[in-house]
Design a protein around this ligand. Structure first.
Ligand SMILES: Cc1cc2nc3c(=O)[nH]c(=O)nc-3n(C[C@H](O)[C@H](O)[C@H](O)COP(=O)(O)O)c2cc1C
Length: 214
């Protein structure tokens, strides 16, 4: 059983759409339970789920070239956990949306990756080549049309979240959720195999030996 948590902030509902898509993507891997939390109503039980999760995907809208204040508040509150490195070696990834094609979304993904690193987490990239997006931006159905690598990017126009971000961006968030679940499963299985081998006789049957650093 694998647990992936998605935690996000959204002022007007656009980031919520991405969070829902990422949650569905993670859930699409058999044996995965995905939880989705808004930072607006995160409670003690939600913090517990985050502490127990195998992976956490962070989502924030780009406000003034940075994560929104709502998400930053969550980041600051997580400082209590940083002290004990409670999230160390969990898998992490992130997504953001903004009004402009760029709008400094990269700064937000970098902020999220740095945040994950402070917690000792392992950052997963998007893993998609840039989608085919012509000058007129018409290919809104194409995944990774904005050509991001560090995480999933979306562009929301001034329309309501029912209309924007478009399908290609939601599919990109779904893809990221699925990718995180798959890679977390690989990581967890590998760790388990190594632990089993090492604790039984100090050396794994495939020749992997425990390394002792003096
Ligand atoms: C306070 C504020 C600051 C914003 N700053 C940026 C920005 O720096 N770059 C940009 O492209 N869009 C910016 N936007 C637009 C939002 O990123 C965009 O509307 C986004 O889809 C909002 O997501 P949400 O509905 O989840 O809050 C800003 C919007 C607000 C309300």
């Amino acid at each position: 059983m694998l647990t992936v948590a998605i935690v996000y902030h959204s002022g007007f509902g656009h980031t919520t759409k991405l969070a829902e898509a990422a949650t569905k993507g993670a859930q699409s891997l058999a044996g995965t339970t995905a939880y989705c939390f808004s930072t607006d109503d995160i409670d003690a039980a939600a913090w517990q789920v985050l502490n127990n999760a195998d992976a956490i995907i962070f989502g924030a809208p780009t406000y003034m070239g940075a994560v929104s204040a709502g998400f930053k508040d969550f980041m600051d509150k997580s400082g209590k956990l940083w002290l004990d490195q409670k999230w160390k070696d969990k898998i992490a990834a992130g997504f953001t949306t903004s009004g402009s094609y760029s709008g400094d979304k990269l700064a937000v993904l970098q902020q999220l990756a740095g945040f994950a690193a402070q917690h000792g987490m392992i950052w997963i990239s998007l893993g998609l080549k840039p989608g085919d997006s012509p000058e007129d931006g018409a290919n809104t159905h194409v995944m990774n049309r904005l050509g991001s690598y560090l995480g999933a990017m979306a562009r929301s126009t001034s329309d309501s979240p029912e209309v924007t971000p478009p399908k290609g961006d939601l599919d990109t968030a779904y893809y990221l959720g699925r990718r995180v679940a798959e890679l977390t499963q690989h990581f967890k299985t590998g760790s388990q195999l190594l632990n089993d081998g090492i604790t039984s006789n100090g050396a794994h049957s495939n020749g992997v030996h425990k390394v002792v650093v003096n």
